[in-house]
Design a protein around this ligand. Structure first.
Ligand code: GLU
Length: 457
């Protein structure tokens, strides 16, 4: 019998359900209402992952202890192409987090019109507590055990939280050992540039966010502000995405007034030099303590008055219980899933614009796609070619999402009538925010391709 209830959101009273996969499903359900021709059966297929692999494996660490590590790889949907998505190393990784992240990749690739489906992987451990050699062993063992669950035309990993070009080099090397005599470079993206990586990939997530924001501002999304020049910006998270965003936004004329990492937050109303913060973090392990800055809590950082807040850390940072404290005028989601559905509702009511993750952080996977194409063609494109192509893709996708929001919000009665015609009942349709518009756009793309291909057999 078909399962329709597994992983449905829990009924919650009072507190918000922060299970990431439940959140992803709530976001999907909120959007699919605006696509009345999608049947409940098709909707159920689109919101569920196709495959989730759980691997448990031992590693003998440097001091001789044997530890068991648990890792996952989820392939959410590959109607539009092979699965694509990063691998993260973090103690909070769970199977439902990986499911959520994989589904967000499906919608992200569809919004950007990148010919991939969605996938994601993760290992539940804190790499900062292990030696580089131990982390390398974890990577290699995970990739060997994944075997042909990944491949250049089936499922292609990339960096994510706490993994980087060095990790991708190990993944490539391990996979290549198992598949000698083939061009294995396209099995993984985000590789070092001298090992088939693309110029511009390291900066791509942050650069894509800047391009998206610049386009959205040009389109008049924020009253009285048509560019980032002179804007005050707060960045939560100072890993690859957050630190590069601080640099690129500064180069574009914005002022970074606060940044944070997992150890704390710092504030400087006169502006933080992003390079000095990177150097301070390299030397001390944290941005905290940067000269001429004052220390803040994470909650205080999120509540700072500013033009643009860039969450660039983990999921569920802006929630039903703290969204009312946000005083930014616009949130550009550089992390995956930083804003929960309850927070989205509050932000919409308060008029705070949210550029959603599946658009605003899609620069990373877009340049991953360019890397994959370069690898298949044995090419290396110049950095300005990569950035120009990224600009085009980000502008087109940003326009598509804004246009979709305008289209939906100007035809709510017509959509409601169509719903009734298709046998749906319920509350009248509400105006949508940009997240729901992006989902509607993406679900429409993926469902169209699914129906064109047909449900096999
Ligand atoms: N981990 C990144 C993301 O969440 C990049 C994925 C990729 O390049 O495949 O979008």
């Amino acid at each position: 019998m078909a399962t329709t209830t597994l992983h449905e959101p829990d009924a919650m009273t009072g507190t918000e359900d922060l299970n990431p996969f439940h959140i992803a499903q709530r976001q999907f359900d909120a959007a699919v209402k605006y696509l009345p021709s999608i049947t409940p059966g098709l909707a159920n297929f689109l919101k569920r992952p196709e495959k989730v692999v759980t691997l448990e494996f031992p590693i003998e660490t440097r001091d001789g202890t044997v530890l068991i590590f648990v890792g996952y790889r989820c392939l959410h949907n590959r109607a539009r192409g092979p699965g694509k998505g990063g691998i993260r190393y973090h103690p909070d990784v769970t199977i439902d987090e990986v499911r959520a992240l994989a589904s967000w990749m499906t919608w992200k690739c569809a919004v950007l019109d990148v010919p991939f489906g969605g996938a994601k992987g993760g290992i539940a451990f804190d790499p900062k507590k292990f030696s580089a050699r131990d982390v390398m062993k974890v990577t290699r063992r995970f990739i060997v055990m994944l075997g042909d669950n990944i491949g250049p035309h089936t499922d292609i990993p990339a960096p994510d939280v706490n993994t980087n070009a060095g990790t991708m080099a190990r993944i490539y090397d391990t996979y290549a050992m198992m598949h000698p005599g083939e061009n294995n470079l396209p099995v993984v993206t985000g590789k070092p540039v001298d090992l088939g990586g693309s110029l511009g990939r390291r900066e791509a997530t942050a650069r894509g966010c800047l391009f998206c924001l610049q386009r959205a501002l040009e389109r008049g999304i924020l009253d009285g502000r048509s560019s980032v020049e002179g804007a005050t910006v707060v960045v939560q998270g100072y890993g690859n995405a957050g630190s590069v965003a601080a640099q690129l936004f500064t180069q574009a004329g914005a002022k970074i007034i606060a940044v944070s990492d997992s150890r704390g937050a710092i504030h400087s109303p006169d502006g933080i030099d992003p390079d000095a913060a990177i150097e301070h973090k390299r030397q001390t392990g944290s941005v905290v303590g940067l000269p001429s800055s004052t220390e803040l809590s994470n909650e205080q950082l999120l509540a700072l008055e500013c033009d643009i807040l860039i969450p660039a850390a983990l999921e569920s940072q802006i929630r039903g219980d703290n969204a009312h404290t946000v005083r930014a005028r616009l949130i550009a989601e550089l992390a995956n899933g930083p804003t929960t559905p309850d927070a989205d509702r509050i932000l919409l009511e308060r008029g705070t614009i949210v550029l959603p993750d599946i658009l605003a952080n899609a620069g990373g996977v877009t340049v991953s796609y360019f890397e994959w194409v370069q690898n298949i063609e044995n090419e290396q494109w110049e950095e300005d070619v990569v950035n120009e192509k990224l600009l085009k893709k980000m502008r087109r996708a940003t326009d598509a999402v804004i246009d979709k929001q305008e289209e939906i919000n100007s035809s709510l009665d017509k959509l409601q009538a169509e719903r009734v015609k298709h046998g749906f009942e319920g509350e009248p349709l509400e105006p949508v925010d940009l997240r729901t518009a992006a989902y509607v756009y993406a679900i429409d793309q993926v469902s169209t391709v699914t129906l064109e291909r047909g449900i096999w057999p």
